[in-house]
Design a protein around this ligand. Structure first.
Ligand SMILES: [Zn+2]
Length: 192
């Protein structure tokens, strides 16, 4: 980028569900709006309050081309528990195990939060994180890769919530007994 590194970031207060391309702002790594966005300044758009941790990740991870920060409900439930979800499926283990960090809570938009985020993402293995009491951050070489990581993390969190509910109805032992019983029924039918 001429004149130094710059990133595109969502304007604060804009919902991801109905934002348009003009709701993204070009900023330098100190959070300053760049020339291209004079118009945005006239429309009084300001960069996301989380610009500090977005730019901090780009600074410490040259492999990262996109950072996605969301508050998806199931991952946010684990964030409220200050915990990562258990990775119970093959997909979760493949894409998240050993690549997901838990970040301690800190006020939104603060330098403290940016510091905690950098500490987690300094490890080049990390591609995803849950910020305690807040939400998720995922990264990737491009926006699609970073967004897919968000989906894996939310899927793993939702699966863990569902498994927890199902365990109240049937545990693994009952399931195995049921399988044996229906196999025995099958054998009786074949012999009878
Ligand atoms: Zn947030």
């Amino acid at each position: 980028m001429p004149g130094g590194p710059a990133i595109l970031i969502k304007a604060t207060g804009k919902s991801l569900g109905d934002m348009a391309s003009e709701d993204t702002l070009l900023i330098d790594l100190e959070g300053n709006l760049l020339e291209r966005d004079r118009q945005a300044r006239r429309r009084s758009l300001r960069p996301s309050i989380e610009w500090r941790f977005h730019t901090a990740i780009y600074r410490c991870r040259p492999d990262v081309g996109a950072v996605v920060h969301l508050h998806p409900p199931h991952a946010a439930a684990f964030a409220a528990l200050k915990a990562l979800p258990p990775f119970l499926t093959d997909e979760a283990r493949t894409f998240l195990e050993g690549k997901t960090a838990l970040i301690p809570p800190a006020p939104s938009g603060s330098r403290e939060l940016a510091g905690a985020v950098v500490e987690a993402f300094q490890d080049p293995a990390n591609q995803a994180a849950i910020i305690a009491e807040h939400g998720t951050i995922t990264v990737g070489p491009d926006l699609y890769a970073a967004f897919y990581m968000s989906q894996y993390l939310e899927d793993a969190s939702r699966t863990a919530c569902l498994v927890r509910q199902l365990r109240g109805v049937s545990d693994g032992r009952d399931g195995r007994r049921e399988v044996r019983r229906s196999a025995a029924r099958g054998r009786r039918r074949r012999s009878g």
